[in-house]
Design a protein around this ligand. Structure first.
Ligand code: FPP
Length: 244
């Protein structure tokens, strides 16, 4: 079905408020095109551009993209350097566009371990867009679901030890406040491209009631139409949150 037709099927009143994306398949896309893996990442940036634009246009409030995981450091150094540099360059390149479109840029993850230049670029983009609220583009970078939970646990333990926090006060709401995602709501929809059906240490706590959509398209081939289809698929589901 074409893009226009799919778009007309989306009910603007029941949009997922927060969509999270695992952008998988850049390397395999490059391989099928007989190119080095890095070309897949370059092509992947174009898809990011398209999806951010269409998400904003249809009224998605929060879009989280998983750009670099805590496990990605284990890739060859050349690829790691290339990826981090690509993220740095493109964050800089998009900044005027974020400002023009009133997109607030945020990051989640252990950003303090990233190269200094990248930390500065990310900070600058966050600072210059902090007053915008039409859409949040949330970049998960040096992020891992287990790291997030461990980090929260350590900070809560510090509060107990040093600030007299009461153990009985640790409930789901309090725990969530210590996660990188605070104060964002949990994702309503998770999209993973690239055929694999797994979470790969992305949001673990936050996905408890998220609807999952797996696309067989490699990320560089994922289109606006595929994004609309994922939303239509989401809107056809009945979310019960454990109730009847
Ligand atoms: C997965 O493909 C993709 C990534 C690890 C990174 C994707 C990151 C970007 C496209 C940068 C976007 C950020 C901005 C700010 C523009 P893979 O290499 O795991 O693919 P494979 O599974 O086919 O090997």
């Amino acid at each position: 079905m074409n893009e226009e037709k799919l778009l007309s099927q989306i009910d603007k009143n029941t949009l997922p408020m927060h969509i999270a994306i695992i952008m998988d398949g850049n390397g395999r896309w490059a391989k099928t095109h007989k190119k080095a893996r890095v070309y897949g990442h370059i092509k992947g940036v174009k898809t990011v551009e398209t999806i951010v634009e269409v998400a904003k246009n249809i009224g998605i409030r929060i879009l989280t993209i998983f750009a670099f995981s805590t496990e990605n450091w284990q890739r060859p150094k050349d690829e790691v350097d290339f990826l981090l540099d690509l993220i740095c360059q493109n964050t800089k390149r998009y900044l005027p566009n974020f400002m023009k479109n009133k997109i607030r840029f945020k990051t989640i993850g252990k950003t303090e371990d990233l190269p200094y230049r990248l930390i500065n670029t990310l900070r600058d983009a966050q600072r210059k867009t902090e007053k915008y609220d039409e859409m949040i583009l949330n970049l998960a970078i040096n992020y891992g679901g287990r790291l997030d939970i461990l980090n929260a646990t350590q900070n809560i333990a510090k509060q107990i030890k040093n600030e007299g926090m009461n153990i009985k006060d640790i409930d789901e709401k309090t725990f969530s406040k210590y996660l990188y995602t605070d104060p964002l709501p949990d994702p309503d929809l998770l999209i993973r491209t690239g055929k694999e059906k797994r979470i790969s240490n992305f949001f673990l706590w936050q996905l408890s009631y998220t609807e999952l959509h797996f696309s067989s398209k490699m990320w560089p081939n994922f289109s606006a139409a595929d994004f609309y289809q994922a939303i239509i698929d989401f809107q056809r589901r009945k979310r019960r949150f454990g109730r009847l």
